[in-house]
Write a protein that binds this ligand. Structure first.
Ligand SMILES: [Zn+2]
Length: 206
């Protein structure tokens, strides 16, 4: 793509670094922004800058939060002995939307993927194992999407805590294999949490 302006080229390049945005789409978006009032581009730039500079992660569950302890962890009505292990904030949002879950979460921040060079040490696994060792948790619900990476991650964590006094379960496979949680409809996802099964059972089924 030949550009008549270096400024334009730079903006298009940065925009095209976003997932799913090719050079053509990037050019369309940048030209769209140019047609908008300057104040709008300013607000977009400021929102992104503030997001990067001020974003916090809950010190308990690692979910994205504006405060040190997120709203869910700070809520005394939630069952702190029940922890749902998820990949990222999208899963928390999907499960919260079902209104069927009253425990807390533990956000891993990804899943183990040797192909992408992501190992257990790159994820929030150690703090989860630590919580289990302290005996604060009655049940862990594995709610990773049922892909190979999700299964590997579940199994890795399971191995770390297997000999501890904690029940482990996995959401029922109303969620089809390979489905991402965030795309499951609320009723299916809500049911699959209520009808969760012991984790060992899911291993035998495979
Ligand atoms: Zn939290």
């Amino acid at each position: 793509m030949e550009f008549s302006s270096k400024l334009l080229e730079n903006a298009v390049y940065e925009m095209s670094q976003l997932p799913g945005v090719g050079k053509r789409t990037a050019l369309r978006l940048v030209l769209h922004l140019l047609k908008q009032p300057e104040s709008q581009t300013g607000r977009l730039a400021q929102a992104l800058k503030s997001l990067r500079e001020e974003i916090k992660f809950c010190r308990n569950c690692h979910n994205i939060s504006d405060v040190e302890l997120c709203e869910i962890c700070a809520n005394p009505k939630r069952d702190s002995g029940l922890i749902c292990v998820v990949e990222d904030i999208r899963d928390v949002m999907a499960i919260e939307n079902t209104s069927q879950y009253n425990g807390l979460y533990h956000v891993l921040g990804g899943k183990i993927s040797p192909m992408e060079g992501i190992g257990p040490q790159d994820l929030n696994i150690a703090s989860l194992v630590e919580k289990v060792k302290k005996g604060e948790i009655r049940e862990l619900i594995f709610a990773m999407s049922s892909t190979m990476e999700g299964d590997t991650t579940n199994f890795y964590i399971y191995k770390q805590i297997q000999d501890r006094e904690v029940r482990t379960s996995t959401i029922a496979r109303g969620i089809a294999v390979g489905d991402e949680l965030e795309y499951a409809d609320e009723i299916t996802l809500g049911r699959s949490i209520l009808h969760r099964i012991p984790f060992e059972t899911s291993l035998k089924a495979d």
